[in-house]
Design a protein around this ligand. Structure first.
Ligand SMILES: *Cc1c(COP(=O)(O)O)cnc(C)c1O
Length: 410
């Protein structure tokens, strides 16, 4: 996956730590399998035949490279820098998640694992995983909270059509966090023949590193495309941040380009208090922002209540609705290399409609969070400058939800 033109920075140490963040906080039984996975990934990473097969599949199966599109009417509306959209929404299955799923499925096959398990919230990662398992003829089991299954019935049916078994999780809040716990439990029990295909730049080492490496293709393409189209680097990149995979994938190849601002947008939900948002980097005493802690195998910023319990979260978009964030983001945040803004539910809906009307592109609600903050940043620059927004996914999955929200308003 590494090419000569990539300047490699922000590498974790051998134990998967970026500074104090990351690492491995797992039961003893998972240490050996995670070591095995790390070894195999490191070997694959420096194996040009692996890189070749990965890139070939992304091209022929997933449709890469995705275009970089000059959004002229959106730029006009912003009245500042020219806006370019990195069109991950045009990827097979409708989002960037397929990049990681293809990479990890190749790794599972290389390791001789016949059974793949995954967790899913809204179902996008579950669909991507079921898709690559069908492609490779692997058995697929997806854990999903009962509440999420109810809200995302269409994605449940999609996964089943693709041959996956969807296991309903009734524990806890019956959402993503509980599905991850069940998937980890399954993995502990069946680790000899099972590969755990984790969906974001989260979890114990080597997952945050591995997922970033598979998503880096976004930034590599975008960097070459903007240079080709405009002859210079952009002033800023803007991407929504759930677990942090589409954003780190876009940002990483630009880390050494000090003039490029790297801006993540978190879910501001419907208010500032604990439980009303998923903005881990929100600052200020009463902001309900995150504190350093451990969740699901990794050390990072975690939304917690006053007793240190994992806080509830809220966002109109399921893909951003998570209490923690990938450890590399925590590290880059503390270094000051990345910046984080947040957009609330209402702003996301506004961005969603603006993008549809001005550009003829209906974005995922996750991606829609990035639009208004990006326009504000664009306003600080001139028409000769450029900004790239990562359009992480398409919005077909959200059309019904937006229609319901709109009808409640009237
Ligand atoms: C899952 C998802 C996200 C959030 O996940 P990241 O790991 O932060 O990228 C964002 N956009 C879309 C379309 C998604 O499906």
């Amino acid at each position: 996956m590494q090419k000569n033109d990539d300047r490699l920075v922000s590498e974790p140490d051998a134990t998967g730590h970026w500074g104090n963040y990351g690492g491995r906080y797992v039961p003893e039984t998972l240490v050996a399998p995670l070591d095995e996975l790390t070894r195999e990934f490191m070997r694959a990473r420096s194996d040009s035949s692996f890189a070749h097969e990965f890139e070939q599949l992304l091209r022929d199966f997933s449709g890469r490279p995705t275009p970089l599109f000059h959004a002229k009417r959106l730029s006009e509306h912003g009245g500042g820098a020219q806006i370019y959209l990195k069109r991950e929404d045009l990827s097979h299955t409708g989002a960037h998640k397929i990049n990681n799923a293809v990479g990890q499925a190749l790794l599972a096959r290389r390791m001789g694992k016949q059974r793949v398990i995954a967790e899913t919230g809204a179902g996008q990662h579950g669909v991507a995983t079921a898709t690559v398992c069908a492609l490779f003829g692997l058995k697929c089991v997806v854990y999903m909270g009962a509440e999420d299954m109810r809200r995302q019935a269409l994605n449940v049916f999609r996964m089943q059509l693709l041959g996956a078994e969807v296991v309903k999780v009734d524990a806890g809040t019956r959402t993503l966090k509980d599905a991850i716990n069940e998937a980890l439990r399954d993995w502990v029990t069946n680790v000899h023949d099972t590969y755990y295909l984790l969906g974001s730049a989260l979890g114990p080492h080597p997952y945050p590193l591995m997922v970033r490496e598979f998503q880096r293709i976004i930034g590599r393409e975008a960097r070459a495309q903007i240079l080709e189209q405009t002859g210079k680097l952009p002033v800023a990149l803007v991407a929504c941040v759930g677990g942090g995979s589409n954003s780190i994938g876009l940002f990483h190849p630009f880390l050494a380009d000090k003039s490029v601002r790297l801006i993540g947008v978190e879910a501001g939900g419907r208010g500032d208090s604990v439980g009303e948002h998923a903005a881990r980097f929100k600052s200020g005493e009463t902001s309900g922002g995150g504190r350093v802690g451990v969740l699901q195998g990794t050390m990072s910023y975690v939304l917690q209540d006053e007793f240190g319990q994992i806080a509830r979260t809220h966002s109109v978009s399921a893909g951003l609705d998570y209490a923690s964030i990938g450890p590399e983001h925590a590290y880059l945040h503390d270094l000051g290399r990345t910046e984080y803004l947040n957009a609330g539910d209402e702003e996301a809906l506004e961005g969603f409609k603006l993008c549809a009307r001005l550009e003829g592109i209906i974005p995922a609600l996750e991606s829609a969070h990035a639009i208004l903050p990006a326009l504000r940043v664009a306003g600080e620059f001139t028409r000769d400058d450029t900004i790239i927004i990562n359009l992480s996914g398409r919005g077909d999955k959200d059309v019904q939800l937006v229609a319901d929200l709109e009808s409640h308003k009237h």
